[in-house]
Design a protein around this ligand. Structure first.
Ligand code: 13P
Length: 251
């Protein structure tokens, strides 16, 4: 649906100040506005690097974001980082509900929805992740699972659902080298689109990203599916050449 594809790197818990600078240098050297004119590009980095990375990306077309946010605006929440703090460091996006947070930190779909709301309240665009495990897919529960994850966000945001980005990341495809086939991904994306439009007509414009072992050699076919509006890239976003090649696969 989106005019341009959206290609977002999720660095997860990788990097150092020195290696980040190298990576960003490599990405900027590709002159993405010219070499990847059909992609909007962003990188979501660990909180502590937001300041450095935002500074390096200032006056470029590459946006930056965080990987999580507190559902609370401020207060006695030791270890949490608020949306206004993230915003102050120049971020535009924040990932919420990544499967690694849902599983390792027991984040519920309602908490994820509250995080999306907190992000929007500060003008950040939440990238809401949904996706099923292998056991759920094999039990034919994929649609049920992603619908439940999305419903909490739809119910919590109301009309603001049109302002989010949704990323479909099948858990079995994350970091495993097993990509969903373009047809598998497209089928879930089409299902998500129907849910979104039913919730609010303006949500037809919500970009739907695919994530899970996206690489330079499979990006083009994934991005050519009608309901795949871009990608959320883990491992391949840590190598400038691969990340750039994925952005360039957007046509
Ligand atoms: P990989 O691209 O490493 O499979 O990770 C996907 C992901 O989880 C992005 O958020």
């Amino acid at each position: 649906m989106a005019m341009k594809k959206l290609v977002v790197g999720n660095w997860k818990m990788h990097g150092s100040r020195a290696s980040n600078a190298e990576l960003i240098k490599g990405v900027l050297a590709a002159d993405l506005p010219k070499s990847a004119p059909h992609a909007d590009v962003a990188v979501c980095v660990p909180f502590v690097y937001l300041s450095d990375v935002a500074e390096m990306l200032r006056h470029t077309t590459v946006a930056c974001g965080a990987q999580d946010v507190s559902s609370r605006a401020q207060g006695a929440y030791t270890g949490e980082v608020s949306a206004s703090m993230i915003r102050e460091f120049g971020a535009r996006y924040v990932i919420v509900g990544h499967s690694e947070r849902r599983s390792y930190h027991a984040e519920s779909s309602q908490l994820v929805a509250d995080k999306a709301k907190a992000a929007l309240a500060e003008g950040l665009t939440p990238i809401v992740c949904v996706g099923e495990t292998l056991a759920e897919r094999e039990a034919n529960q994929t649609e049920f699972v992603v619908a439940e994850q999305l419903k909490a966000v739809i119910d919590t945001l109301g009309a603001q659902i049109a302002e989010v980005v949704v990323a479909y990341e099948p858990v079995w495809a994350i970091g495993t080298g097993k990509t969903a086939t373009p047809e598998q991904a497209q089928a879930v994306h089409a299902f998500l689109r129907v849910q979104l439009v039913a919730a609010h007509p303006d949500a037809a414009r919500v970009p739907l990203l695919y994530g899970g072992s996206v690489k330079p050699d499979n990006a083009r076919e994934l991005f050519s599916q009608p309901d795949i509006d871009g990608g959320l890239i883990g491992g391949a976003s840590l190598k400038a050449a691969d990340f750039v090649a994925i952005a360039q696969a957007a046509v």
